[in-house]
Write a protein that binds this ligand. Structure first.
Ligand SMILES: CC(C)(COP(=O)(O)OP(=O)(O)OC[C@H]1O[C@@H](n2cnc3c(N)ncnc32)[C@H](O)[C@@H]1OP(=O)(O)O)[C@@H](O)C(=O)NCCC(=O)NCCS
Length: 174
């Protein structure tokens, strides 16, 4: 199976929202739930989003965001590196339709986000829930390096164990 990765269009959002509802039912991602899937996909700090397409149908997506001090991953990254949060990008909202997994769409989406961050000279960090083992394996294959644990807080006092990873600029994405 070969996938096309292209910049996301607004017209993709209804299909991606439907995919996200299925992803949540199967994988519990995102832990917050998907009460408003299209709203959740419109990230306020978006730099660029990409859609993975199969037979003209959106099957997955990723969003690259500009970090803000309120981001857990940005705070942890700054504590560890002393870096400037204004020069940090965070990939978020990565998911692929369960029917199209395991054929490289997730990797291509992540590579698109990493390439843009690198081309803009931005550092890259992100958090991932420890339960999302497939995602962690994918990130580690792309050269992501664990830097710290994090307790992701959500809802009414709930927490989910997570970790923060960084990807360096000279890391090969092949
Ligand atoms: C993480 C995720 C995006 C990966 O998407 P994907 O398109 O399956 O990714 P890839 O195909 O590039 O890589 C998946 C790996 O699992 C393997 N795999 C094989 N069959 C698979 C299957 N049926 N399902 C999932 N993975 C499979 C792939 O071969 C690959 O490993 P490998 O390179 O060692 O062989 C997807 O699993 C997902 O949407 N998970 C739920 C949401 C989530 O956790 N998002 C990340 C939040 S931080």
């Amino acid at each position: 199976m070969t996938h096309t990765i292209r910049p996301r269009h607004d017209e993709d959002l209804p299909d991606l929202a439907a995919v996200l509802v299925r992803v949540h039912a199967q994988d519990g991602y995102p832990v917050e739930g998907v009460a408003d899937p299209e709203g959740w996909l419109r990230h306020p700090n978006e730099l660029q989003s990409w859609t993975a397409v199969e037979d003209d149908r959106p099957i997955g997506q990723i969003t690259l965001t500009r970090a803000v001090p309120e981001d857990d991953a940005a705070r942890v990254w700054q504590e560890h590196t002393g870096g400037d949060i204004d020069r940090l990008a965070i990939p978020v909202r990565l998911f692929v339709d369960p029917d199209y997994r395991g054929s490289g769409a997730g990797r291509l989406l992540m590579e698109a986000a990493l390439d843009l961050a690198r081309s803009q000279g931005l550092a890259i960090a992100f958090d991932v829930m420890l339960k999302d083992r497939t995602a962690i394996r994918l990130y580690e294959r792309l050269g992501a390096v664990y830097i710290a644990d994090l307790n992701h807080r959500y809802g009414d006092g709930l927490t989910e164990p997570a970790a923060v990873y960084v990807v360096s600029h000279n890391e090969s994405s092949n």
